[in-house]
Design a protein around this ligand. Structure first.
Ligand code: NAG
Ligand code: NAG
Length: 539
């Protein structure tokens, strides 16, 4: 009897074996790299054997996994050249507009060339593919904006493939995941909000969707061309949208089991989902650490501190001088509050003069954002609104002034404003010093944002199913059973004519038109007959 209960206990507490997992981490955006790095580390903590294959596209970004086994593919010569020509350090992201197709499309194409050239490097890395194949991974986890990992999954053939989106699904990703894009009310990533009863607002959302797709479309075709050159013309596509009626190959999703999306529903717009899409937002917010002595000293100077950071791609030092001066003017008008500004060149002339003239301003090359946001004296955050930033502010309960620059930042900022967690501020309005001062004053003094944020932070902490549990249990399930055909939507096998029922609509349209014309003709004929009868009688 005792033996039975011991065996039962052993059974209950040790049923999950250690699985072999490969995470493909294309390093082109710090927040996406962090998201994938945290997925890897969380799975190691759960007892699994995780390998991270990092393909270094942007060498300026930091490593994000501490615990998994690491394999690197360094920048190829071609990628180095492309990186140099992009000149990201000095790029003018302030005047750049995604919604302007004339600047957006070339911008998307230069990123596409960058991604795809590095993917070629992954395929060329001596011995890599054979080495990975030998591991026979149970699960492979890949990013789905940069699609090299998806192509690679068809070469390595893990038992299950899990795709991810490091933010709201962008460009073609919604279709890849089989999600309905709900464009009449779901804002495109480039849009802060849709006024659902306004014709123009919905039309603008459709335009943004078309523009965004045009920007990123070449990633699809060029990546497919790369893999097909290596592995033959019938190699599966890296993308899924609608059935490719010429080639009849749309098997990418045969391996695919689940999709993890880095969104937190409690601060997002509510939109349709499939049961195989799982939100694991907040997984990127690591346990906060104690700050180092220098930062701790800065926090001790005044009761409240405000953090200003525009992330890793937009460089503060490269903002227009007038904009930097306006930020400075506002900082100087709140002498009782400390401002921490992530400014990559604190030694340049502007920074030196600013620091000398403004005692409550501190400029730092790099800020441990997640740990700073967790500090009890951190009062508010002025940010570009990357998904990671909006989630970290929500998890830590700090309101924000969200100044979107590009990609998904407008939508992220809009969802925060809609939930009363801060305000959207248009970057062009940074040219207006008084307007910026008013917005910062509202952020600092308006209690409503703090109250809403505290409530959201408490709710996120009390969620019935934590993002960590969702992640770990889903991966273990996928590793154990492989893909389940029931979870795969049939839309993947349809052409776009079938999906939108255009054939039915067309036929119903033709029949109704013919019927209407016939009815009209009959009516005209009957009236003509009747009037001739009436005429005849009158005569
Ligand atoms: C993890 O998997 C690799 C590759 O199969 C293997 O060489 C290694 O020994 C495993 N590590 C552990 C701790 O099981
Ligand atoms: C605080 O912000 C809310 C939301 O923007 C606004 O409705 C309210 O009027 C503001 N309160 C004050 C005192 O400005």
């Amino acid at each position: 009897m005792r033996l039975a209960s011991i065996l039962l206990l052993v059974f209950l507490f040790h049923v999950v074996p250690s699985y072999k997992i490969l995470v493909f981490n294309p390093r082109f955006s710090q927040s996406i790299t962090n998201f994938l790095g945290n997925i890897a580390d969380t799975l190691v903590d759960a007892g699994h054997n995780v390998t991270t294959l990092t393909s270094i596209i942007n060498p300026n970004l930091r490593d994000s996994t501490q615990k998994s086994t690491k394999i690197y593919v360094h920048q190829t010569e071609k990628v180095k050249k492309i990186t140099a020509s992009m000149n990201l350090e000095k790029a003018d992201f302030f005047h750049y507009e995604d919604l302007n197709a004339f600047s957006g499309i070339p911008f998307g194409h230069s990123f596409t060339a960058w991604f795809n050239a590095q993917c070629e490097g992954v395929l060329d890395e001596p011995g890599l593919i054979e080495r990975l194949r030998r591991h026979k991974f149970d699960v492979m986890i890949v990013e789905n904006f940069e699609t090299c990992g998806i192509g690679l999954s068809h070469v390595l053939k893990p038992k299950s493939l899990i795709t991810t989106a490091g933010s709201v699904p962008m460009a073609q990703q919604g279709e890849d995941f089989g999600m309905d894009s709900a464009l009449s009310y779901n804002p495109n990533p480039l849009i802060t909000h849709v006024d659902v009863h306004s014709f123009w607002s919905r039309a603008w959302n459709l335009y943004a969707t078309l523009a965004f797709r045009a920007m990123w479309y070449p990633t699809r075709t060029e990546m497919d061309a790369l893999f097909r050159k290596r592995f033959g013309p019938t190699f599966p596509s890296v993308y899924v949208s609608f059935r490719d009626s010429f080639l009849e190959i749309n098997v990418r999703n045969q391996l695919e089991h689940y999709t993890f999306i880095n969104q937190e529903p409690l601060i997002d717009f509510a939109t349709p989902l499939l049961s195989r899409t799982i939100f694991i937002g907040g997984i990127g917010a690591k346990e906060p650490k104690k700050l180092d002595k220098d930062l701790e000293r800065i926090f001790s100077l005044r009761n409240n501190t405000v953090l200003i950071s525009f992330g890793s791609i937009v460089q503060s030092h490269a903002l227009p001088l007038q904009v930097k001066r306006n930020i400075l003017k506002t900082v100087a008008r709140f002498p009782e509050i400390t401002f921490l500004w992530k400014y990559e060149r604190p030694e340049d002339a502007f920074a030196k003069a600013a620091i000398a003239a403004t005692p409550n301003l501190h400029m730092l090359k790099w800020t441990p954002q997640n740990h700073i946001l967790a500090h009890k004296r951190l009062h508010a955050f002025i940010t570009h609104g990357r998904m990671a930033s909006t989630q970290e502010t929500a998890v830590r309960g700090k309101p924000g002034l969200f100044i979107p620059f590009f990609v998904d930042q407008p939508r992220n900022s809009g969802m925060m404003e809609r939930n009363g967690l801060g305000k959207v501020y248009h970057k062009r309005d940074l040219y207006d010093a008084e307007k910026f001062y008013t917005a910062v004053k509202d952020l600092i003094e308006n209690e409503s944002y703090h109250k809403n944020m505290e409530r959201i932070a408490t709710m996120i902490a009390a969620k019935p199913f934590s993002s960590r549990d969702q992640l770990v249990k889903t991966v273990e399930f996928a590793a154990r059973f492989g893909p389940s055909p029931a979870l795969r939507p049939q839309s993947f096998d349809m052409s776009w004519i079938e999906y939108y029922n255009l054939d039915i609509i067309a036929i119903v349209g033709v029949i109704s038109t013919v019927a209407a014309i016939m009815a009209l003709k009959i009516t005209v004929y009957v009236i003509a007959q009747l009037s001739s009868v009436v005429k005849f009688k009158l005569e």
